[in-house]
Design a protein around this ligand. Structure first.
Ligand code: FO1
Length: 313
């Protein structure tokens, strides 16, 4: 069995590659929930939805999130009513959030809702939230000439502010009371290989590792865990991972990723563009695996998944 620790877009792309080389019932995705946000009375789980929409082929490929063939009537009506609807929710996407919110209000767990959503979209791999308890990434924006330092929710930072401000600190509200969701520790313990997908190490993978019990379970089998660096040639392929690492005092490179993950992984897959960093990664106690990590096509994604799993098999 292969267990993939996943955030949003990068992880979803990696998982499409994994599912081309591994039978779906043998793949489990443990997904970040700290991007979740309550808006318009709805519980929205962006990383879970991005994984499910991508793996079922329903994703909007240009945006990388939300559903293809969307319409925005409800959102436009909300704006016409005077709501500052800064988070774009398509009409079809709204059904997912209404479904999730309705079942949660009936006492169903996030795990149960996620399993229902994955099944409804025909997925045969398992998709599970890392925790059923609420975890919220809170981002402290660095002070500027015009503004004092202040803390905002992740989606306000990422979407409303376009992840432009420098980040002074990140914390995960609720993490102490969070517990691994049912099946998460088993999915880590029983996996032949655990892959940390190429997602933002700070705000996508970080919250998953911070759930009490998860990092211990990973460290206990470090030799069979491998990560794919989301930073290539000092830049994130999508989103603010490189700038975040830098403003949090970490090196914005595969070396910085190796340092963040070295307690949990024995191998780090880095891009050919970073081959020169291989010795420095090795000096961290993490064995580098140099290959093409840019998933520019389904074939590239499946080749990456093949090389990643082979590294620790
Ligand atoms: N990202 C944006 O940049 N702008 C949006 O308006 C937006 C809406 C949105 C709605 C549902 C959803 O599942 C994801 C959405 N995202 C949007 C992406 C989301 O902010 C990111 O995928 C993650 O939270 C970061 O990985």
């Amino acid at each position: 069995m292969i267990t993939v620790i996943a955030g949003g877009v990068g992880a979803a792309r990696y998982l499409t590659g994994q599912l081309q080389v591994t039978p779906a019932p043998e793949v489990t995705a443990v997904v970040n929930v700290a991007d979740d946000v309550e808006l318009h009375g709805l519980h929205i789980s962006p990383d879970i939805d991005t994984v499910i929409y991508t793996l079922s082929g329903a994703i909007d490929r240009n945006r990388g999130w939300g559903l293809a063939d969307e319409t925005w009537n409800a959102l436009n009506e909300l704006r016409a009513l005077g709501l500052d609807a800064w988070f774009s929710l398509g009409d079809r996407d709204l059904a997912t959030h209404m479904f999730r919110t309705t079942l949660l209000s009936q006492g169903r767990s996030l795990s149960e809702v996620t399993a229902r959503l994955a099944e409804a979209r025909g997925l045969r791999c398992r998709v599970m939230p890392v925790s059923d308890q609420p975890i919220e990434t809170r981002v402290t924006l660095a002070a500027t000439r015009h503004e004092a330092q202040r803390e905002v929710g992740f989606q306000e930072y990422f979407v409303r502010l376009g992840h432009q401000p420098d980040v002074a600190a990140v914390r995960f509200e609720g993490i102490e009371a969070a517990r691994p969701a049912p099946g998460v520790l088993e999915a880590i313990r029983d996996a032949d290989v655990v892959v940390i997908a190429p997602s933002n190490p700070v705000v996508s993978i970080g919250p998953v590792l911070a759930v009490p019990g998860v990092s211990e379970a990973l460290a206990a089998r470090r030799d069979r865990n491998v990560a794919v660096s989301p930073i290539v040639a000092g830049a994130a392929l999508k989103g603010p991972a490189d700038r975040m690492l830098r403003s949090l005092g970490e090196e914005p490179s595969a070396v910085g990723v190796a340092r963040l993950y070295r307690d949990f992984i024995s191998k780090l897959v880095i891009d050919e563009a970073d081959a020169a960093l291989a010795d420095t990664v090795a000096a961290m106690g993490v064995q580098p695996v140099v290959t093409q990590t840019i998933m520019s096509s389904p074939q590239a994604a499946s080749a990456l998944a093949q090389a990643t799993v082979a590294a620790v098999s």
